[in-house]
Each structure stands twice: as structure tokens, then as C-alpha cells.
Design a protein. Structure first.
Length: 162
């Protein structure tokens, strides 16, 4: 009566032997780890390239609907002071014109914000002495330029990293 093999016979390499299985497992884990790190590195590089791809001559950077710190700060400053007359999101109101429909160049914008402007019955005071506006004119302009160019929609923008 044959009972089967009495001692363990080596099986095919990589199948059944504990040492071969462990080595194959480690190899697969190492390859998977390498692939995962490669993918993460590629994604990080592509994301950095996209964020660095700012539009030449623009003060803002908006990528996939997310705004840079300057543009986000401009949103905050605009909505703390300017929106009372120029309306939410720069759309204009009965007191002040839309800043999104026809945004002046940066030098004209700086001058108007600093010195004010009057035309007929409409008068805008200057904000040269206002610590909540004067140091942040470029930030406000960046936000309004992003709105005017259609890079940002209405409402609070999402900031990079959020």
C-alpha cells in the first residue's frame, strides 16, 4: 500500500516553497512601491508645472478653480470694503459701476483707489489712508482681473491647498 511521498519534495520554483513565495512577495511589493512612488512623483511634477503656468502679465493664478493666496486675499479685501458700492463679486450696483465688465488697467485702478474719482453725481472717495485697502490694491486687482477674465466664478474662491 503506497501512502504517498514520505519526505517533502521540492515543488516548482515560486510555487509552494516558503522561501520562493516570500521572495516573490517581496519583489512584487517592491515593484508596486516603486510604481506608486513614480506615479506620485509624476503627479507632483505635473501639478507644480500647472501652478507655475501663470498667465503672463496677470497678477492672479487660478488653476482648476482654485486661487492663489494673493487672489484669495483680494476676494476677502474686496468683500470687506468695495462690495458695498460695487456689488458682490464686482458685478456693480446702483451706487457703483461693475468692475468686472470693464476693469481698468492696473495704474488707473491704483490711482482711482488711492485718490478717488468723481463723475457727475457719482463720487468715490480715495482709500490712500485706509490700512485695509491701500496695502492690498494689487490683491484686490488680482481678484477682479480673475473675475473679469472669467477665471473665477461668483462666490468665495477655494484657495490652493484647501
Amino acid at each position: 500500500m503506497a501512502r504517498g511521498p514520505t519526505q517533502m519534495q521540492p515543488l516548482e520554483e515560486g510555487r509552494g516553497s516558503v522561501g520562493a513565495t516570500g521572495a516573490a512577495f517581496r519583489r512584487r511589493a517592491l515593484v508596486r512601491s516603486w510604481v506608486a512612488w513614480s506615479v506620485l512623483l509624476c503627479v507632483a511634477c505635473l501639478n507644480a508645472d500647472a501652478q507655475e503656468a501663470a498667465i503672463p502679465g496677470k497678477l492672479y493664478r487660478v488653476i482648476e478653480g482654485k486661487a492663489d493666496a494673493r487672489t484669495y486675499n483680494g476676494y476677502r479685501r474686496y468683500h470687506s470694503v468695495c462690495n458695498h458700492c460695487h456689488g458682490p463679486d464686482g458685478m456693480g450696483s446702483s451706487f457703483g459701476p461693475s468692475l468686472v465688465a470693464r476693469l481698468p488697467d492696473i495704474e488707473t485702478f491704483r490711482r482711482i483707489v488711492r485718490d478717488g474719482q468723481g463723475s457727475g453725481a457719482a463720487v468715490m472717495k480715495g482709500f490712500s489712508g485706509d490700512p485695509n485697502v491701500a496695502p492690498y490694491v494689487e490683491d484686490i486687482y488680482a481678484y477682479l482681473a480673475a473675475r473679469a477674465d472669467g477665471a473665477l466664478g461668483r462666490g468665495r474662491p477655494v484657495k490652493f491647498g484647501q
